[in-house]
Design a protein around this ligand. Structure first.
Ligand SMILES: Nc1nc2c(ncn2[C@@H]2O[C@H](COP(=O)(O)OP(=O)(O)O)[C@@H](O)[C@H]2O)c(=O)[nH]1
Ligand SMILES: [Mg+2]
Ligand SMILES: [Zn+2]
Length: 290
């Protein structure tokens, strides 16, 4: 028997396309691999038994380092958080995606798209996010977006996330010339509707892989408690060592190093204000649970 390793790039009705080297195999998975968490997902690294005629059987699913729910996809390494000067950036959403990336061990890259247009947001983006994530300026209508391939080196898997109309689909089309997904403002509202019924696939690029559906689940905060939110903001965590209380939430506590850093301009004030708002939002949601 011949065993090979590969990555699941497509899944439709229990048929998995596994890419191994340059070769694709049409694979099935025995039932025992297909219960709950062991279900085989796009993005899974698998061991499969090679059969004749390009077919195979998945025999093992490697441990996942994360799993997104919308789309259902395993082992996402990188998230391109797309912003543009048009439509006006939603930094609040950007923060949420960053928090989710931190929680899911995904490397966030802030992508300022539409840099062919007069751009007024890069100063603001650098002021808020410099040191938290890499920041790159690109345009989906020229070759500049190719710089994003660099983040996929080592067969990494990347998805796009961000508000509607910033150019996520356009960037995908630029980076995957064969894909030609629909651009515009087609029913992408909150990611429900058309897009959830579609199957997500991985597309191999010159370097790693791109997910063809945006990471909608990265746009909402889930499973994070208001008093733990502070632990998911990298820049706050570094400074918080000097807070008087180890459990300081940087709100009402005395001798708070985070608040001091905001006062003296070491931490972004607007980012702090959004943190407070997110905290309150989570607190409210916690209250509503009871
Ligand atoms: N000028 C310019 N327009 C862009 C760029 N990227 C996307 N657009 C336009 O912005 C609109 C929304 O793009 P789309 O890719 O559908 O955004 P999505 O909702 O984030 O997927 C479309 O009209 C695109 O043609 C860009 O880099 N430069
Ligand atoms: Mg789109
Ligand atoms: Zn504090």
């Amino acid at each position: 028997m011949a065993f090979d390793k590969g990555i699941v790039v497509k899944s439709v009705g229990g048929v998995f396309t596994v890419l191994s080297g340059e070769q694709k195999y049409v694979c099935y998975a025995p039932k025992k691999l297909r219960y709950n968490d062991f279900d085989v997902l796009v993005g899974d690294r698998v061991v499969f038994e090679r059969l004749k005629h390009g077919k195979g059987v998945v025999v093992e699913v490697e441990a996942r380092h994360n799993k997104l729910t919308r789309p259902e996809i395993a082992n996402v390494d990188v998230c391109f958080i797309v912003l543009a000067s048009q439509p006006q950036p939603d930094f609040y959403l950007c923060d949420k995606i960053l928090i989710n990336c931190f929680q899911e061990h995904i490397e966030p890259i802030i992508v300022i798209n539409k840099s062919d247009l007069p751009c007024s947001i890069s100063d603001k983006v650098y002021a808020d996010y410099n040191g938290i994530a890499d920041i790159v300026c690109v345009s989906a209508i020229d070759d500049s977006a190719k710089i994003l391939y660099g983040y996929l080196k080592g067969s990494k898997v990347a998805c796009f996330a961000g508000q509607s109309a910033v150019g996520k689909t356009s960037l995908l089309n630029t980076l995957l010339p064969g894909l030609q997904a629909q651009t515009g403002n087609i029913s992408e509202k909150s990611g429900r509707g058309v897009h959830t019924t579609r199957h997500s696939s991985l597309y191999k690029t010159e370097e790693g892989f791109l997910v063809d559906t945006c990471g909608f689940s990265l746009c909402e905060l889930k499973n994070i408690r208001s008093d733990e939110l502070r632990l998911y903001l990298d820049d706050f965590v570094t400074v918080a060592h000097d807070c008087k209380y180890a459990s300081c939430t940087h709100t009402a506590e005395p001798e708070c190093a985070v608040k001091a850093a905001v006062e003296c301009g070491k931490l972004s004030k607007s980012r702090y204000e959004r943190y407070i708002e997110e905290c309150n939002e989570l607190k409210q949601a916690e209250k509503n649970q009871y």
